[in-house]
Design a protein around this ligand. Sequence first.
Ligand SMILES: Nc1nc2c(ncn2[C@@H]2O[C@H](COP(=O)(O)OP(=O)(O)OP(=O)(O)O)[C@@H](O)[C@H]2O)c(=O)[nH]1
Ligand SMILES: [Mg+2]
Length: 511
Amino acid sequence: MRLGRRLRRYWPEALLIVAVTVPWLSLLALGIVWLWQGGHVWAWAIAAALLGLTAWPLAALVRRRANAEARVALGDIAEPARDWNAREREAWGKVLAIADATAPFSFTEFDPFFACAQETIGAVAGAFHPGAGTAWARFTLPEILLLSERLSRDVRREALRHIPGARMLRLSHLLWVQQQSDRYGATAETGWRVGYGLWRLVRAVLNPLQAAGQETSAMFVEKTASALSYRLRAYATRMFVLEVGRAAIDLYSGRLELSDEEVRAAQARDAAEVAAPAPPVRILLIGQVSAGKSSLLNALAQDIRGAVGPVPTTTRATEHRIELEGRPALILVDLPGLGERPQTAVDLLAQAERADLILWVASATQPARQPDRQGLDNFSSWAKAQLVRRVPPVVLALTHVDELRPAAEWTPPYDVVAPEGPKARAIRAAIDAAAHALNRPADAIVPVAMRPGQPPYNLDALWARIAGELDEAKLVQLDRLRVGQQGLSLRELADQVAYVRRTIIKGILRG
Ligand SMILES: Nc1nc2c(ncn2[C@@H]2O[C@H](COP(=O)(O)OP(=O)(O)OP(=O)(O)O)[C@@H](O)[C@H]2O)c(=O)[nH]1
Ligand SMILES: [Mg+2]
């Protein structure tokens, strides 16, 4: 009844389909008759089965290549972000492993998407909160909303970049396919299954050998077709896993919380502490008593900023902003000498938490290296324990090199890479000895001298070394500000409470 009505309505379309397909379908039937009459059915069945067999390894090859291609094509989105710390990189490793292990989605059902997203988020959560049973649930509602927003934006961008025709694909197309399958899907599928099953049965009874050949080739044709769309699905699946993983890392690391405005606010707060409008990187001057920290500060600032003297001079941390023509702006923090007071080691780590770069100052004429070694070791252990933030890089300045033997000789410059003459050789030997004693590479040490009453020696090399570490120091600074921003903001909480109160009062007044 329904079919009759539909045929009456769509008879031109139905005739068109018949007119186009009948010649080709008849070829199929005639071919089978021809094979039958000529007695070639055997040969055909064997050839079809053999060709079908070759489709198997070919399909596997196509899949392997598609996976590899997806990996290369999505190479840049598989790179960890430059400013990620150790824990975030570890979580990214897990995300990549999931992306490698996930078979391409069929894109006809949603469950595999959710299952995979859950697995990815769970792995990232586990990396950030190891041992916590419900690690994945450690975020708030605004964060979840922000995560969905971010994920949609990123998946859209990558889909446009990597999926051919993505822009032309309309929701109406998908809805049409969905409607057709809802309308005819079940009936058409049952009809097809019953008809095809009956045909297979009849075929097997009439000619078992031919039936076997056809069964084999049908199976392989199905496999080949799915292998061809595999490439596109492999792309999209990998992209999905990586984007979910990246968003989850940002969520658990707390980066997702910080908008540009929030970063600026945090920077302003940090700058306010040193009474300056914008914060340049903070450099700590650390070293033993009388190593020359304050002298180095004055030399770098080209100004008298800190008192200098042969006895313990600097008694508390002081901050100095320096801005020189052609040099990056810096905040130098001059500290009391190591070992000067018993609590200095604790102070040192507290200061390191607020530093972006460490300028370790050691005197070339100081025979006792233990306080330096101890301080550097403490710093290294602290640095290793910092999983959620980057740690400041260390630059070593070796001072007092002018006082090395022969003490009377001071005619800079000296070539310490290929030293000639006793003074250059003495400086080289002092660098190597300090590198050995402090367990640092020799090329991380810059020899300098701030001889009273004379221009400082080799300061340009030190500036160059600082400039070389500046990018890293800026990343440390961003990280430091971000970590400082986390946690409950009382201000925000107060605003939220006030808003809820206003809404309730309005509701009561209206009621
Ligand atoms: N010849 C020479 N003297 C230096 C050099 N660096 C510093 N001095 C002198 O060493 C003494 C100590 O220098 P400071 O700069 O006060 O050392 P500091 O590390 O700040 O010392 P504290 O603040 O006491 O921890 C001063 O008399 C400086 O003039 C250098 O490279 N060569
Ligand atoms: Mg000093």
